[in-house]
Design a protein around this ligand. Structure first.
Ligand code: PLP
Ligand code: COI
Length: 459
């Protein structure tokens, strides 16, 4: 009797599974289609079955489809699905191409050409635009452990969580350092990283100062490439933001006496980001800060987590009082400008010279160093890197913050204990800072040629 009942139940289970699968296919497919609708790239015309690119014959219109080997897409032609690698559509003038007209949906829009066929091209969805600067869990991250005096083999993992002993050195004594860099999608469909070699070098400098074993040669670049490729769908469109990469190393060994760990973990994760400050490029309000960020001979020149822990109280206080950021002074004399909690500061004089603070206790910003080069070699500007007394900040015409996250953000005012210094931000596009901003971001997005070695293509 029992065997008989079991048999019936098995049958019922099978029927249930079949019905479930049928229901999923029938009912959920339209919903899936709906989800993917926005991912239909374009309706375009391709001349021959060998997928030669067709340039539209309509006068004035341009229609290039660039086929890149590292991109993947499906071309749907009648019943056939042909995989030919992803397709990137560069520029199509919507107004002159009749195929954009909804009335032409599904029709052959160039019947006169005979051989032409109209295709529906779909590309894998990727983020169009990222908003703000917040953590979004992406698909995969890189992880590698240091044990027994050597770095192991790095790998990608889906696990975004880290399990640590309660007495791990990073938790007790903040033994950690990190980096920040970005991957961009360029207009012609490449994925690139901006000067990762400088981040790699700075991470190694930070490691040495924090008694952390630097990464073996090549691991940083390998981690960047693997993480970017594994998360490529998270990279926003050329104009929609970027993929922020956060490499970091921390002491995992349990210690209780104050000493460096002998076991570490290196991780690199990615998260899509838009602008760091709330208002995008609207002018920032800074205040001269009474707290210090970095002591002489301390760790201000490296990217140690402890520098940021130091700044948390000050930034919370600044935000509560309506400021966007703190402008720190040199801790020894409190008379020279240093930087803000998360970016270097730049000034423009009346005669258009770029002036940046020189100090051993600020972070050697990749963005600032690049801007100095861009100002001199692309814009023909004069530049000065020197000590800037607080008393001089009222003499500058423009002020801005620069960094990977901040990019270049114009500063509208600096409040020095009730004395407000105002900078020229009226029409952003007419400022020197806007010129610097556009030149640098155009280089980063592949719109203008970069100096040699600045752009790493990721394939
Ligand atoms: N200064 C501080 C304190 C920072 O945290 C950052 C960000 O990395 C910068 C400056 C800008 O450095 P970079 O341009 O290399 O991102
Ligand atoms: C960066 O710009 O990469 C930083 O690390 C700054 C941080 C405040 C987000």
């Amino acid at each position: 009797k029992i065997v008989f009942l079991l048999k019936i139940e098995k049958k019922a289970l099978r029927v249930f599974i079949c019905f479930y699968l049928y229901a999923v296919t029938v009912f959920l497919r339209p919903a899936c289609r709906q989800r993917f609708r926005h991912s239909y790239l374009r309706r375009i015309v391709i001349a021959n079955a060998d997928f030669k690119i067709h340039k539209s014959s309509s006068p004035g219109s341009e229609c290039y489809i660039q086929i890149l080997s590292h991109l993947r897409a499906k071309i749907k032609c009648g019943a056939a699905h042909i995989k030919i690698g992803r397709i990137f559509c560069k520029s199509i003038d919507k107004s002159v191409l009749p195929m954009y007209n909804s009335r032409n949906k599904g029709k052959d829009v160039f019947p006169q050409s005979g051989a032409s066929l109209s295709f529906f091209i779909r590309r894998k969805t990727f983020m169009k635009k990222a908003e703000g600067f917040t953590y979004v869990k992406t698909s995969k991250r890189y992880v590698c452990d240091y044990k027994g005096g050597a770095w192991g083999k790095g790998r990608l993992t889906r696990n975004a969580n880290v399990t640590l002993n309660e007495s791990a050195c990073v938790l007790q004594y903040a033994q950690t350092c990190f980096e920040g860099l970005k991957a961009y999608r360029t207009e012609d469909g490449h994925i690139v990283c901006f000067r990762p070699d400088l981040n790699e070098k700075r991470l190694a400098d930070s490691c040495r100062r924090m008694v952390i074993p630097p990464l073996p040669e090549g691991m940083f670049t390998e981690a960047v490439k693997e993480v970017v490729l594994a998360n490529r769908k998270w990279i926003p469109d050329a104009d929609g933001g970027s993929l922020y990469l956060r490499p970091f190393i921390f002491g995992t060994e349990a210690v209780i006496g104050v000493k460096p760990a002998t076991e570490f973990q290196f991780r690199l994760f990615a998260t899509p980001v838009g602008s760091y400050f709330h208002g995008g490029v609207s002018p920032l309000r800074l205040r001269v800060c009474d707290f210090d960020r970095a002591a002489p001979h301390g760790t201000g020149h490296i990217k140690a987590g402890l520098n940021y822990a130091m700044s948390l109280y000050a930034i919370t206080d600044a935000h509560e009082k309506g400021y966007d950021e703190n402008l720190y002074l040199d801790a020894a004399t409190r008379t020279y400008i240093e930087e803000t909690g998360g970016a270097n500061v730049i000034f423009i004089t009346d005669d258009g010279t770029l002036v940046t603070p020189e100090s051993d206790t600020i972070l050697p910003s990749v963005t600032r160093r690049s801007l100095i080069y861009v100002a001199e070699h692309y814009l023909g500007m004069k530049t000065e890197e020197r000590k800037i007394p607080l008393s001089e900040i009222g003499n500058f015409r423009e002020c801005g913050l620069c960094g990977t996250a901040a990019v270049i953000s114009p500063v509208g005012t600096i409040d020095d204990h009730g004395k407000e210094i105002r900078y020229d931000t009226g029409d952003f596009e007419s400022t020197v800072i806007a010129k610097l901003y556009h030149t640098l971001t155009d280089i980063q997005h592949g719109k203008i040629e970069a100096p040699e070695g600045w752009i790493m293509k990721i394939k």
